[in-house]
Design a protein around this ligand. Sequence first.
Ligand code: PDD
Length: 290
Amino acid sequence: MHSKTIYLNGQRVAEDAARISIFDRGFQFGDSVYEVIRCYNGVPFLLDEHLSRLERSLRELSIDLPQPMSEIRDLCVKAAREQGRSPSVLYIQITRGVADRSYSPPSGLVPTFVLYCEDKPVTAERVYAEGISVAVLEDIRWLRCDIKSTSLVASVFQKMSAAAKGADDVLLERAGVGVVESGSGNLFVVKDGCITTAPEGNLILSGTSRALVLQLARGLSIPIKLAVPQTAEIYSADEVFITSTTAEVLPVCRVDSVRIADGTPGPISRRLLRAYRAEVTRETNYHYEE
Ligand code: PDD
């Protein structure tokens, strides 16, 4: 594996020099936000969409921008290019900064800004061909899932619980609402040619891949319904898939002990994955090995 390209507070540093204070509020409280951006061919994909979400997350939590957005954008482009042409991911984390421990933050803190790029192969073709299994678990996260915060212990716990049940991932069921999203991606359910996904709001993260998939579906004249799917609808769906930066369009073929349709990825997921990848190739000139 190639080494990582790391910038700490805007300066390029070696991995063993990339250190932050134990008094950083990101470390002590999870008081920070992040983004994960896919890079293909050394080019960050959907960069502006990720950066506007980053700016929104910061604004919602009243965390200052460490640098003007244009400089952050330039650094993303530079780090991805420096990392090289193999598929990689850019990780950005901005914390509120360093202070004596107290829940209420003092004013005037200087945010800590971590940005790194590391090689990460695209998900294996076998996974797209076979689909994944998921377990439906109660969503125990907070009520501001629209903010991409690093306070992720509920998600870690839920992923561990799903793994203990032998599932590859988790679908999160919010009491009285329905199955809002997956542990780290947005959920889509297909029935009679129509795709359903949860509307934007405080119970889901508004995914950059979700927005692209909705745009591609409109272009392909696939009907869309914005509603939160119920578990019973998922069990009886024709297709289920998850979208995320790292997984693109990932078919789900088993939910709890239920096989979805014939247990293989369906035609709409496959069409949308192809369309998604065509968009990646158009933007980054990356060609998938298929
Ligand atoms: N996860 N919902 C949740 C809870 C997520 O954590 C993510 C992304 C998404 C999809 O967002 P996008 O399409 O912009 O990647 C939805 C990233 C990949 C992560 O935490 O690693």
